[in-house]
Write a protein that binds this ligand. Sequence first.
Ligand code: KG4
Ligand code: ZN
Length: 335
Amino acid sequence: MKPTILAFETSCDETAVAVVRGTEILSNVLSSQVDLHSRFGGVVPEVAARAHVESIRSLTHRALVEAGIHPDDLDAVAATEGPGLVGALLVGHAFAKATAWARQLPFVGIDHMEGHLFSPLLEHPEYAPPAVVLLASGGHSQLVHVRDWGDYEVLGETIDDAAGEAFDKLARVMGLGFPGGPAIDAASDGGDPTTVMFPRALADRRHHFSFSGLKTSVLTYLDKSKKNGELAPLRDVAASIQEAIVDVLVAKTINACEDTGATVIGAGGGVLANRRLRQKLAEAAGNRGITLCLPSPQLCTDNGAMIGAAAVHWLEEGAISAWDSGVDPGKRLGA
Ligand code: KG4
Ligand code: ZN
């Protein structure tokens, strides 16, 4: 039987706990801190760490009860070890290690981005290497060539802001609140994405991203058009901004498939919850006969099940973490 794993994710502002058995999700619960951070317009690290401490015990209980699993039935405990906010990471990592120690179970530390990379496996049995994986979250945007599980070539990444960060910053500029991705996604409803042609950066670099220029361009547009009295309706501006980010993410993912010959695309990270991105990725993959393995929106944003999925792989490989292993806030995939 596939191993049953209790998995924790506390790298940022969600306390997330899951029980997985192989690729089957037995429970996947989380406590979002969005309300705590929204009045500050972003995640406050100290507030995040304290909120993790407050909710992790009861969430763990809930995850086990919902899964119908007694701790004696577990085969291992896993937790995110980085990248992320150090205080936030430490809470989940220490709690998971203590739980594993008390139960005499193996502990497996997991790379957060590798968790996102594994997340499609929870719903797509056809997801298998070699694959190109688009990872786009609040802190990272990467295109990864997965030659095999654990064998990653990072083909490209952002040279400035991550895609989620761009959504968050642009939503702030537009006065749409935090977190920005879902706000722009919602504000774009019924908008015309061809209203303003914002720049698609780094067209000459096939796998790298740049999003900081877009912010300047949006600020310039808002400034000028307000002065001229020609400001387009909010939904059209939001849809145009969203389109500029989505177009680049899709184009570079397809470039990566062409250059590696991969016929499978995987994807993960909060930005993949974006409806327009999901639609355009599906169209681009479909037109080329590429198999797209896209997690459901709730498995794109941070969750414990993805950490469990990655941990199943590493446990089966015998890659158990040492009791004195620590967190690594600057951890880089493939490094
Ligand atoms: O993976 P994630 O949940 O946390 C990190 O590891 O960072 O990603 C969070 C990011 C945020 O920047 C958020 O604005 C973005 O994902 N995001 C979205 C959407 N939902 C979340 N971006 C665009 N459209 C969405 N619907
Ligand atoms: Zn994430």
